[in-house]
Design a protein around this ligand. Structure first.
Ligand code: ARG
Length: 564
């Protein structure tokens, strides 16, 4: 159940407006009610009159409806907005299911493509954002009842693979099956450095690429070993990060048959044409430069493979929506890709979305790098975060054993890296500010985790059984406490909004607000020492907030600790 949606239905009914013509949103401040609608503005524009008059009329009509009466305590018009103050009955109803995943009814399939590193190279900090954001989106959509398929679209074919094989043949001293990702990276770096002076290297890589595309036995065997060892390393890091298992890690190679067919097919159907020895798809109509799908001297291009991938997925997975969680730098590529797909009559009825994100900057606001100027590796970031979290854990729990401290530090360290990413709007560059990330009293993972543990501790001390707040409890709470309960009841609405905009930071910010309010509440209202009925209601409130914090952090891929 979504509160906004339930209220919206009545506003639509009384106003005659279509559901998507106006909005219903959670209010920022209690003075503006719990939810607000701009319906009067839309209606006034339609009728060419003042929103203030319309708002009063609409409010009156809503007030007369028996159903609406049971949902709200009262309605108010302020500056043309109609504000809804939820009733205890309706709040209790929402709270009962606020942390329960939605049932899978619509059967809408969302394909989330994220992480997508390239073989022969360990995960760098650039892939971390894709992995963290993509993982959160997959969890969010699952929670909302979608069928979710995840795929890490690994770069494992074409020139990159050809170069790796060439580099291996030139410099390697080990059997290919024994190559670690570090070895591959060293080989690759050496190859690309030498390549500048030795054009024969490039020729060699091209030859290897062609052999691979012809699927010559030796090439395939070598390539398989390189890919297998790379994926082993990716999986190790994914486990460390605690992300969901991928449904697929298909990689570009998986689509190669389709890739081969794309160019001839596009030419035959008249979508592509020759231009200066290359094949292109014109995208004038979309106001974009043409998309290159074949160069005279290379068999395979990134864009071509992406078109092929769309075709294969359309046939096999039949998604309703595809999210490509890829950095801002590739914005033009995806604009062209989507336009080209439309030009070729592909992906009709499929919503293709580039979920883009900015860079990670160091505290100096420059691209994050090591002191030697090298880009930072994911692993280094995690190690550093855990080291820093260790001192916090020690400070807070001097009585714990070294091993217990380690467990807590590992969890807090990784949570901090994830939360730092997910609490900021993904469209912007984000700064890696260690003190902010690990702060105990800001919008950070440690703050959310400590708030959770503190509230969980109250319920544990009282040996309270887990239960949702009922109407009677809610009416026993004082005003400010009731506000907190209603805020918790709006959780699922926030999750839904986060999915609509593919913005996990909406959830993080909601959780921060909820945590701050619950800390203020806890300072002001005694729980365990309160009279029996108030005690019961307050314990219920603590438990409801706990459940929301736990579920919300879970959607961000962050597990909670019962005791820290
Ligand atoms: N492997 C690419 C890279 O590391 C990202 C792939 C993104 N996904 C896609 N469908 N093009 O830059």
């Amino acid at each position: 159940m979504f509160i906004a949606e339930s209220l919206k239905a009545y506003v639509a009914q009384k106003s005659g407006l279509a559901q998507d013509a106006f909005s219903m949103f959670a209010s920022e401040r209690p003075a503006f009610g719990d939810f607000s609608t701009n319906a009067a503005f839309v209606l006034a524009q339609e009728r060419n009159t003042s929103p203030f008059l319309v708002a009063e009329d609409l409010k009156r009509e809503l007030e007369e409806d028996g159903q609406v009466q049971s949902m709200v305590e009262r309605l108010e018009v302020k500056n043309g907005y109609i504000n809804f103050f939820l009733s205890p009955e309706f709040a209790a109803q929402a709270l009962r299911q606020v942390t329960k995943p939605e049932k899978r009814t619509a059967q809408e399939t969302v394909l989330v493509e994220y992480s997508s590193p390239n073989i022969g190279k360990t995960l760098s900090i650039a892939h971390i954002r894709s992995t963290i954001i993509g993982d959160a989106l997959a969890r969010i959509y699952k929670f909302l009842g979608y069928r979710v398929i995840t795929d890490s679209h690994i770069g494992d074919w074409g020139m990159l693979a050809g170069k790796l094989i060439a580099a291996y043949k030139l410099f390697a001293r080990k059997p290919v099956a024994k190559l670690t990702i570090r070895d591959m990276q060293d080989l690759y770096v050496r190859f690309t450095m030498d390549e500048k002076e030795k054009p024969e290297y490039t020729q060699m890589a091209k030859k290897e690429t062609v052999k691979l595309q012809r699927e010559e036995k030796d090439s395939i065997r070598m390539w398989q070993a390189l890919a297998r060892n790379s994926i082993k390393e990716f999986d190790r890091l994914y486990r460390r990060l605690g992300i969901l298992k991928f449904t697929y890690q298909h990689g570009e190679s998986h689509y190669r048959r389709y890739t081969e067919a794309v160019v001839p097919d596009c030419v035959k159907k008249g979508y592509a044409r020759q231009s200066e020895g290359s094949m292109i798809i014109d995208l004038d109509k979309a106001g974009l430069p043409p998309m290159l799908i074949q160069k005279s001297d290379e068999g395979f291009l990134y864009a071509t493979s992406d078109l092929a991938t769309i075709i294969e997925r359309e046939e096999t997975i039949k998604p309703n929506r595809v999210l490509y969680v890829v950095a801002n730098e590739q914005a033009l590529h995806f604009e062209q890709l989507f336009a080209a797909a439309r030009t070729c009559g592909l992906a009709q009825g499929i919503d293709l979305v580039h979920v883009k994100f900015g860079m990670i900057l160091g505290q100096d606001k420059k691209k994050l790098s090591t002191r030697q100027g090298r880009t930072v590796l994911l692993e280094e970031v995690l190690d550093e975060a855990i080291k820093k979290a260790e001192s916090i854990a020690q400070q807070k729990n001097p009585e714990l054993s070294a091993q217990e401290i380690q467990t807590i530090a590992r969890l807090i360290g990784i949570a901090s890296v994830k939360y730092n990413d997910l609490s900021q709007n993904r469209n912007t560059d984000i700064v890696f500010d260690w003190s902010k990330m690990l702060s105990l009293d800001g919008n950070s993972a440690p703050y959310a985790l400590y708030t959770y543990a503190r509230l969980a501790n109250i319920a544990r001390k009282a040996h309270a059984k887990a239960r949702a707040l009922g109407v009677r409890d809610l009416s026993r709470l004082e005003r400010q406490e009731f506000e907190l309960a209603k805020r918790a009841a709006a959780f699922k609405d926030t999750v839904r909004q986060a999915a609509q905009e593919n913005l996990p930071n909406l959830i993080a910010n909601y959780l921060y607000d909820l945590a701050a309010r619950s800390n203020a509440w806890y300072e002001q209202y005694p729980v365990l020492s309160a009279p029996a009925e108030a005690r019961r209601a307050r314990l219920g409130l603590a438990q409801s907030v706990c459940a929301v914090l736990k579920t919300g952090l879970g959607l961000l891929g962050i597990p909670v600790l019962e005791k820290i």
